[in-house]
Write a protein that binds this ligand. Structure first.
Ligand SMILES: Cc1ncc(COP(=O)(O)O)c(C=O)c1O
Length: 444
């Protein structure tokens, strides 16, 4: 299993999720769970939408598969056209992949290839943020800034530089709010601007717990990239398709990148698909003579995935799920803010239907937990308690301990109340145990 301590299941049952409907899933024992993580930020329209199955069946009957290598087929063309209509600026060129890491790999390769064609072949390096997750294939892993995921696989693809993220929880009040954007310029200047190809940023950084950018951050980064001729890549594998209340996360923060990488919600994960969306100016050098973007993936733009993506976008549009998120995000956030009375709740942050709670040992000093304490709290206590009470969310320790919530975009007050009714007693139980953590971790 992926990213799983298999030993945990030596003497315990593996949870087997067998069925889904709306925002809920059921395991093989018939137990129901509220999926407040949309199965890894994927199932944006919720489970059980038969329209997507019908679209897949129709497409299989018409044309099950045909390659995109030197050929095209109607669904990929229609989907690419529709995506181009939804994106801001001149982001009109779509290169399909099978998932998110492949889209990130493709973006780095396209950036390198683009600069080579323009006679700037020395521009190969990329900049991303510490703790950010951009996928696990070797190039994407190099861009990923989570040390624990990188260590085992060093040496990685050379040329990735990591800069500070926008976690503001422990920042002094008088700090320049745009210091983290300026750190990107410092890194570009230090590396040599003529050697830097691209900056990869998520609109809201997932890993570490939904770090939102301060006002003006992306506008400053855009200026910095333009000043140094560096491309800005918005990695929206999570933050697109309504997650932040807009089709694309960059629209939420009002910036236009040179490329967008997306996956997950593009089909609401009913079938695998990802995409790299590039500006016309990036695609232009490849349109002439023998010039080629020497990159491809067999299943990129698979017709069945393209048909399912179209049906998914139909639902997002017809049910106006972006507006639904914008209308309801305050109620979602208020519910989470209401948990701040608990001693363990240090911070609540995020945007749209993508929120996190940071857990702390001491609210006054913002002291976090030691590694053994976090291990006990997240893996022994919280994950088990939440799951056994029927709530799926993410208890994450890639940075300081957080609980992340990213429910399907269809949910409203009823599900917010349900989340609260489980989170509150479980976090109260965790708060009650803070004083005993030393003995609990020793006994574990
Ligand atoms: C921002 C971001 N980029 C890339 C990826 C990698 O996507 P995939 O797991 O589909 O390869 C993820 C996965 O969660 C992600 O969140």
């Amino acid at each position: 299993m992926h990213f799983t301590r298999m030993g945990s299941y030596e003497h315990a049952e593996i949870p087997i999720i067998a069925r889904g409907d709306g925002a809920y899933v059921w395991d093989t024992n018939g137990k129901r769970y509220l999926d407040a993580l949309s199965s890894l930020f994927c199932v944006n329209i919720g489970y059980g939408r038969t329209e997507l199955g019908e679209a897949a069946a129709k497409q299989i009957e018409e044309l099950a598969f045909y390659t995109n290598w030197s050929y095209a087929h109607p669904r990929a063309i229609e989907l690419a056209t529709r995506i181009a209509e939804l994106t801001p600026g001149n982001l009109n060129r779509v290169f399909f992949t099978s998932g998110g890491a492949e889209a990130v790999e493709a973006a780095w390769k396209l950036a390198k290839s683009y600069f080579k064609m323009r006679g700037e072949g020395q521009r190969t390096k990329v900049i991303s943020r510490k703790l950010a997750y951009h996928g696990t294939t070797m190039g994407a892993l190099s861009i990923t800034g989570v040390p624990a995921l990188r260590e085992t696989f060093e040496p990685l693809t050379p040329g990735a530089i990591h800069v500070p993220n926008t976690n503001a929880y422990r920042q002094p009040d008088d700090i320049d709010p745009l210091w983290a954007a300026d750190a990107i310029e410092e890194a570009i200047e230090f590396a040599g601007p003529e050697t830097v190809a691209a900056v990869f940023l998520e609109p809201v950084q997932n890993s570490g717990g939904c770090f939102v950018p301060p006002d003006g951050y992306f506008q400053r980064v855009r200026e910095i990239c333009d000043r140094h001729g560096v491309l800005l890549v918005s990695d929206e594998v999570i933050c697109s398709w309504g997650r932040l209340g807009e089709m694309f996360g960059c629209q939420h923060f009002g910036y236009v990148p040179d490329m967008i990488t997306t996956a997950k919600g593009i089909t609401s994960a009913y079938v695998p698909m990802g995409a790299l969306i590039a500006g016309d100016h990036i695609a232009e050098p490849f349109q002439h003579g023998v010039n080629t973007f020497a990159h491809g993936i067999t299943f990129g733009g698979h017709p069945v995935a393209a048909a399912v993506a179209m049906a998914n976008i139909d639902i997002l549009e017809h049910e106006d799920l972006c507006s639904h998120v914008r209308t309801n995000e305050a109620a979602f956030r208020d519910m989470l803010e209401g948990l701040r009375d608990l001693p363990i709740v240090g911070d609540v942050r995020g945007a749209g239907y993508f929120q996190a709670i940071e857990l702390v040992k001491d609210k006054e000093t913002k002291e976090t937990f030691t590694a053994p304490e976090a291990e006990w709290l997240l893996r022994r206590y919280l994950s088990n308690e939440l799951f056994s009470r029927g709530l799926i969310c993410r208890a994450d320790d890639r940075g300081d301990p957080v609980i992340q919530l990213a429910p399907p975009l269809i949910v409203g007050r009823e599900q917010f109340d349900e989340i609260e009714s489980i989170l509150r007693p479980v976090l109260t139980g965790a708060s009650d145990r803070i004083g005993d953590l030393a003995s609990l971790t020793a006994a574990a």
